[in-house]
Design a protein around this ligand. Structure first.
Ligand SMILES: Nc1nc2c(ncn2[C@@H]2O[C@H](COP(=O)(O)OP(=O)(O)OP(=O)(O)O)[C@@H](O)[C@H]2O)c(=O)[nH]1
Length: 251
């Protein structure tokens, strides 16, 4: 039967990495991905993961027919770009990047997301080993793209980014890093340095038992279009300030 052949062919390139009553996590990869970074072709190893209901698809054998009969394109799946010897390198750098359709894809200057995405890829490559987690179910800090559009409309009327989320009945930040951390632990259980200005990301990793070697701040690309958004991050959302030096994660 066709599925048995395919499962054999995929072998250990599709792995069940977490099996719990509340769901099963499958990781596919590595896939060689040549990426254009500043005009150079850089080779990353790309992985994607998916969470399924244990009783619907609790094994790789059950997963494949389930995929074909489901409409996963309607939902968001996340992925990770791995660079260098991520598993074994002495020090590896990661970024947990929340999807930003407007900033990452369209290059919107209302936020710093597009800049942070590209700059993290550069940092990871220049460091020699690391991983960029692209968290596709995090749009708008977890409120979804349509609601983010509404939040932008409220901001055009003068609200800041935090109040706009709250006014729509959301929390300021409802992102969950659980699945991404499980993937990280499957790829590299050893300590990592994290590129972020957000203490909640450091805390999420620490709470999951990850050892954080250091935090690498990432500010930049500020302009008249995003200065209010950036200062709200620091003044209201609790982000670390505009440092330029490497910081100890103990802060
Ligand atoms: N609700 C809402 N979300 C926004 C707005 N501007 C950007 N975002 C979202 O904010 C998130 C920013 O993601 P990140 O850059 O990974 O997170 P961060 O909390 O700023 O932390 P670091 O960048 O790691 O310091 C993305 O999901 C964007 O879609 C906004 O005005 N309102």
């Amino acid at each position: 039967m066709i599925y048995n052949n395919i499962i054999e062919q995929l072998g250990d390139r599709i792995r069940l990495i977490q099996d719990r009553e509340d769901g099963v996590l499958f990781l596919a990869g590595p896939i060689r991905l040549p990426v254009d970074l500043d005009g150079e072709t850089v080779f990353f190893q790309w992985y994607s993961w998916i969470r399924t209901d244990k009783h619907v698809a609790g094994s790789v054998e059950e997963l494949l027919p389930h995929l074909a009969s489901s409409r996963y394109a309607e939902l968001q799946q996340s992925s990770v770009l791995v660079y260098g010897d991520f598993a074994n390198s002495q020090d590896a750098v990661i970024r947990m990047h929340s999807i930003c359709h407007t900033g990452d894809i369209f290059g919107s200057k209302r936020c710093d997301c597009g800049y942070q995405l590209k700059q993290s890829m550069r940092l990871i490559v220049s460091h020699g080993a690391g991983a960029l987690f692209y968290l596709a179910n995090h749009e708008g800090r977890g409120i979804g793209l349509f609601s983010k559009a509404l939040a932008y409309l409220l901001q055009e009327d003068g609200m800041d980014t935090v109040d706009a989320n709250l006014a729509l009945g959301f929390e300021d930040d409802s992102r969950d890093y659980g699945d991404a951390i499980t993937v990280l632990q499957a790829l590299r259980p050893a300590p990592v340095s994290i590129i972020t200005n957000n203490p909640r990301k450091v805390e999420a990793l620490r709470n999951a038992g990850m050892n954080i070697r250091s935090r690498i701040p990432l500010w930049g690309n500020s302009s008249v279009h995003n200065e209010k958004y950036l200062s709200t991050k620091v003044n209201k959302s609790g982000h670390y300030g505009f440092e330029t030096e490497y910081q100890s994660a103990s802060k």
